[in-house]
Ligand binder design. Sequence first.
Ligand SMILES: C[S@@+](CC[C@H](N)C(=O)[O-])C[C@H]1O[C@@H](n2cnc3c(N)ncnc32)[C@H](O)[C@@H]1O
Length: 353
Amino acid sequence: MTGEQASTQASPAEELHSILLAHYRFQSLSAGFESGLFEALAEKPGMTKAEIGQKLGLAEQPTRILMLCVTAFGLVRKDGDGYENTAVVEPLTGGKDPVAAALVPYHQHITYKTMGWFWESLKADTNVGLKKVFGEESTTLYERIAVDPVLESAFHNAMGAFSATSSTELVKTLDLSSYTHMLDIGGGRAINATNIARRWPHLQITIIDLPSVAKTANERLAAAGLDDRVRAVGLDAFSDEFPTGADCVLFSHFLEIWSAEGIRKLLQKASRAVGDGAGIFIVTPFQDDDETGPAHAAELSAYFHAVASGEGMVYTPREYEEWMSEAGFTPTGRTPVGELINHIAISGVKGGA
Ligand SMILES: C[S@@+](CC[C@H](N)C(=O)[O-])C[C@H]1O[C@@H](n2cnc3c(N)ncnc32)[C@H](O)[C@@H]1O
């Protein structure tokens, strides 16, 4: 270990302390973000506590507590009587990092309370977090948010911001030149489909998603002038068959939501919907074959189990290839999807390669 590493690396005691108190840090970040504090300081650095309290509509003591928290946690720095943002929160302001900015309300409204039920979810082998926070009748987050506009927009804003980044990388990764019609299963609000349709002007795309999402996707597609080639159909990927007539299928950030059994069913359904020679692309986060990480795979696995579906996790590429083979697709390769998101595209062909 170099001297520099030794001085910057947290000791085990510091690491434990930081984990124990992580919720205070996140809640200070969220309060600073949701109140508009960081945006206000980005626009006018050097505001005093009194000016901040007035701007945020807070009484004196709450202002003092908020400013103590954001300062102590390194989100804001104090210089004389004035405050300014640190580099930590600067990306959350002025649209600089839309993914990070969308993730703050997403974690605040969706994962924060629900992940408090992680251990109970593991013991019960279902998403207790979703049920405890959003109602016992909730089965998946996706169905639950469809009847709650605030949650739906917190989810889709975050997913959309992430998808905007990942789909830019995705269009560079996939070669769709030999296909004419793509099925995009769980295609969300058509962000991938829009980018793919623009990159491959000959391609038709049929998106399948839950009815409320498909409706929004169709509105966005009409606004983008792509509704002659791309349309969304409101279907349940589990209870309905996929439309036939396509010659390639995309599962982007969808299969990992489900159990191995569910994934097998979806891949077999895809196989029934297409003919020999059809392509398949599974775009997904992945965990290392030795099951030691990365951290991103761990976070998402915990989220799928305790919140989103109660059954999914981040699987290894090898598992996907086995399930593809069982469904009649020959795996043809793995391609990293950009550097920003650390996901993979696993491709295959129906029948022989
Ligand atoms: C994580 S998002 C992925 C969106 C998009 N494919 C992407 O890569 O950005 C998962 C999508 O699956 C949809 N979904 C969840 N359950 C579904 C079901 N049973 N049938 C169809 N779509 C479903 C959700 O509405 C959501 O749009």
